[in-house]
Ligand binder design. Structure first.
Ligand SMILES: NC(=O)c1ccc[n+]([C@@H]2O[C@H](COP(=O)([O-])OP(=O)(O)OC[C@H]3O[C@@H](n4cnc5c(N)ncnc54)[C@H](O)[C@@H]3O)[C@@H](O)[C@H]2O)c1
Length: 431
């Protein structure tokens, strides 16, 4: 059992803290957001994540997890300090390291003994060296320490499961024994371990996200071609996915990727490459195709309805993907702005994300459920593939709508079934 501090208790930090406690370690989560700390101390999860409530309650009750707003309460005792703070996009799309640098300073100011600093935030290549420099410059006494990169690959919506059942764990450091010591914290997990140097570990995270984003933009480009040649992209991706060299995942055509990772990470990697004198043509195309998908669904609505001014458009889903309340860089936000700009009357329903979006966007009507959205609507647009939307009573939905138009931005419905049920239906890349 090791004593661990986790800095930042957002999606990654809170999941890491709870799961490391579940693995038997003594963990303290630290956050500068005092309100968050208070809520977490009471056992109230600050994000929606399946299974989090129960596990949080369990490890708090077992006394293996605590929360604080004060670095001085946890760093002096810690053997390992995980950095899991945000790395949001800066003005030109580069990763903004302000929180990482603050965390490094905070750690140095509170350190009393040797510690291994583990960076879980997604950071530009070489950030581990920056952390080491800042810690070194701000230490009061000469205390030895090491920095290890341990990038996180969990997905929101299945974060606990992904943390406990990773495909692989990556540890990179200039000091291999430090990387091995961090790997040992996860020894209860049955998975592949890759120990590498610091830069390579940091690059693995960016390269992985950029590749997944590329698959999505690739299939969206195929969808555009499918629409022109009368082929069905859903079956195309099924056929492609049967090839073991390709595999079936991340081949769903639709409104494109969003969220707090893919958009910012692809952009940050591209900007980083540019500062190193390399023009990343493929990454630029991936981003451009992705943003265009958001416009294309609005164009489909405009085309079917013959214009958008005064039309009542209902959005099904707001979060960037199902099973999360996260709306960061969600396609729904661009779509709403575009629809409002074109004079549409927009309303929406999302099972989890409405309270979050209501805080930043109050120019639309938020509805009780999908049927409330459909009531009097000229068209529905499926933005997020929540399971409950697949289960809707289609006859009831159609009966409530002014015009039975559905643009399915996630291809959750079967085009033939929808047309047989009397809907004017448009998917993405479906014949
Ligand atoms: N969200 C994901 O699905 C995911 C997956 C893999 C990797 N990542 C990466 O992990 C990192 C964290 O992402 P997130 O989604 O958890 O972010 P988040 O915004 O949800 O959480 C960050 C937390 O850090 C806190 N914080 C900021 N500065 C602090 C400081 N100096 N000291 C203590 N706390 C501080 C904030 O108050 C916040 O609670 C990012 O680099 C992200 O790219 C995220």
């Amino acid at each position: 059992m090791s004593s661990i501090a986790v800095i930042g208790t957002g999606y990654v930090g809170l999941t890491t803290a709870v799961c490391l406690a579940e693995l038997g370690h003594q963990v303290i989560g630290v956050d500068i957001d005092q309100a968050k700390v208070q809520r977490l101390r009471r056992g109230e999860p600050t994000i929606y994540e399946p299974g989090l409530d129960e596990l949080l309650a369990q490890v708090l009750k077992a006394g293996r997890l605590a929360f604080t707003g004060d670095y001085g309460e946890c760093i002096p005792e810690a053997d390992f300090v995980f950095i899991a703070v945000g790395t949001p996009p800066g003005r030109r799309g580069e990763a903004d390291l302000v929180f990482v640098k603050q965390a490094a300073k905070g750690i140095a100011g509170a350190m009393k003994k040797t510690v291994t600093i583990v960076n879980k935030s997604t950071v530009p290549i070489g950030t581990g060296n920056i952390v080491a420099r800042i810690v070194g410059e701000n230490l009061r006494d000469e205390i030895p320490f090491h920095v290890v990169s341990n990038p996180e690959f969990l997905r929101e919506g299945s974060a606990i499961h992904d943390f406990m059942h990773p495909d692989r764990l990556v540890f990179g450091s200039h000091h291999t024994p430090a990387a091995q010591a961090v790997a040992a914290l996860y020894s209860k997990l049955d998975t592949k371990i890759l120990i590498t140097d610091l830069h390579t570990a940091e690059m693995i995270k960016y390269a992985s996200n950029a590749f997944l984003a590329t698959r999505i933009s690739f299939i969206n480009e195929m969808a555009r071609i499918c629409e022109r040649v009368d082929a069905d992209v859903k079956v195309v991706s099924e056929g492609m996915g049967m090839d073991r060299r390709i595999g079936p995942l991340f081949l769903d055509a639709g409104i494109g990727y969003g969220g707090s990772c893919f958009p910012k990470d692809v952009k940050a990697l591209a900007r980083m490459a540019e500062t190193m004198g390399y023009h990343p043509e493929l990454l630029d195309a991936v981003m451009e195709i992705n943003l265009d998908q958001r416009t294309l669904v609005v164009e489909k609505l405009r085309e079917v309805l013959g214009g958008l001014r005064g039309q009542v458009i209902g959005l099904l889903g707001l979060s960037y993907k199902p099973n999360t309340d996260d709306v960061r860089e969600a396609p729904s936000i661009d779509v709403i702005e575009n629809l409002l700009q074109k004079g549409a009357d927009v309303r929406a329903y999302d099972p989890k994300a409405m309270p979050v979006l209501q805080n930043q966007l109050n120019s639309i009507r938020y509805c009780r459920d999908a049927y409330d959205v459909a009531n009097g609507a000229d068209a529905l647009l499926v933005v997020t593939e929540w399971e409950e939307f697949r289960q809707l009573d289609l006859d009831r939905l159609k009966g409530l709508m002014r015009r039975p138009v559905i643009v399915d931005g996630r291809n959750i419905f079967d085009p033939k079934t929808m047309r047989d049920r009397g809907f004017v239906y448009r998917g993405v890349g479906r014949s």
